[in-house]
Design a binder for this molecule. Structure first.
Ligand code: ADP
Ligand code: TRP
Length: 325
């Protein structure tokens, strides 16, 4: 991890099949930052334990994520890719932060408030989720954290916690900044709502061609008859097509639809071709990487070593400052 460039940190939980929303809304923008930042990417496996109870799935999804980052072109020599649990001092820092963090701050967290409002039982992991996330960020002297609007509050909380520890023990931790990438869009799912696993409306990023086609053909459209003219703009097909096709392809399809005599089924077929073209090479690379578990584990070991070299300095500094000498 060279020190000239500012450091960016991205964490992603190893949950289920990644979908096109995760790809365009999180993975791709995070990788774009690697041009200007010294980037750390990590698989937030400890965070997923607040909900995940399937050990086999967690282990396998962790490797899925490593293969995904590699398939998308992450250069692990220039940047760092590691698994959160490979650097156990993150849970130690979580404790030091917990001891200077008020219960009231965590009660303000959106996830906790939402769960409580729904009358759900909240486990302690979910309650202190923002403290573990703050530890992730602060352990690696992070300058910026690229986040969607939903995660901004967590970065602000990390700043608060760092501020509390610094106020008590001296300047120990760097205060991170959230980076909201305004150009990052919310990707619609098959039913027009935000694409999300929780709505079951997602299109997987890496599934075989046949399943991808089937998924996209199941996209909900209106029931305008085949002969009638149709407007592409403002429809889910149109929104998705705009993301994967060229401007010329988009305009061409819009013109043909507007003339009438073309059904949504044909448009969805073209959407499939565009998405498939876009993901094809990445998918092939993904499948190759995913088969090679020794390579994926070697990547994890390499990342763990790099992450550990930064973390060990931070944790030594904090241990000394709090009086654990
Ligand atoms: P899901 O809603 O499917 O459970 P997550 O909440 O696990 O997805 O999201 C992981 C990352 O992907 C987050 O950074 C989130 O902002 C991004 N993301 C998820 N769905 C979308 C979407 N439809 N459009 C843009 N970004 C998305
Ligand atoms: N909470 C993030 C999410 O649900 C994942 C995450 C954990 C993270 N630790 C992080 C993101 C640190 C950025 C920085 O998507």
């Amino acid at each position: 991890m060279s020190s000239q460039k500012k450091r960016s940190l991205t964490g992603l939980k190893p949950t289920g099949n990644l979908h096109l929303g995760n790809y365009l809304g999180a993975l791709k923008p995070a990788l774009e930052l690697s041009k200007n930042y010294n980037c750390i990417y990590f698989i937030a496996d400890l965070h997923s334990l607040t909900q995940n109870r399937d050990a086999e799935a967690l282990a396998s999804q962790t490797l899925d994520q490593v293969a995904t980052w590699l398939a998308l072109g992450l250069d692990t020599d220039k940047h760092t890719l590691f698994r959160q649990s490979d650097v156990p001092s993150v849970t130690e820092l979580t404790w030091y932060l917990s001891c200077v963090t008020g219960h009231g701050l965590l009660e303000k967290a959106h996830a906790f408030k939402d769960a409580t409002a729904k009358g759900q039982e909240v486990n302690m992991g979910t309650f202190s989720y923002p403290v573990l996330m703050a530890a992730d960020i602060l352990l690696y002297d992070t300058d910026i954290v690229p986040v969607g609007k939903d995660q901004k509050q967590h970065v602000e909380m990390a700043r608060d916690m760092a501020g509390s520890l610094n106020a008590t023990y001296g300047e120990l931790l760097k205060l991170p900044e959230p980076l909201i990438q305004e150009e990052v869009m919310t990707i619609p799912g098959l039913d027009g709502r935000k694409m999300s696993k929780s709505y079951g409306n997602e299109v997987p990023l890496f599934c075989d061609e046949k399943s991808l086609r089937k998924k996209l053909m199941s996209l909900k459209t209106d029931s305008t008859g085949l002969e009638e003219p149709k407007e592409l703009a403002g429809t889910t097909v149109g929104e998705l097509f705009a993301l994967f096709a060229t401007t010329t392809q988009y305009e061409d399809l819009a013109v043909r639809l507007a003339k009438g005599g073309m059904g949504w089924g044909h448009a969805k077929e073209e959407l499939f071709v565009a998405v498939n073209e876009h993901v094809k090479e990445m998918r092939d690379r993904y499948n190759e990487y995913r088969k090679d578990e020794p390579l994926l584990r070697k990547e994890l070991a390499k990342g763990a070593e790099k992450a550990q070299s930064v973390a060990s300095q931070t944790i030594a500094r904090v241990r000394y400052a709090v009086g654990l000498r």
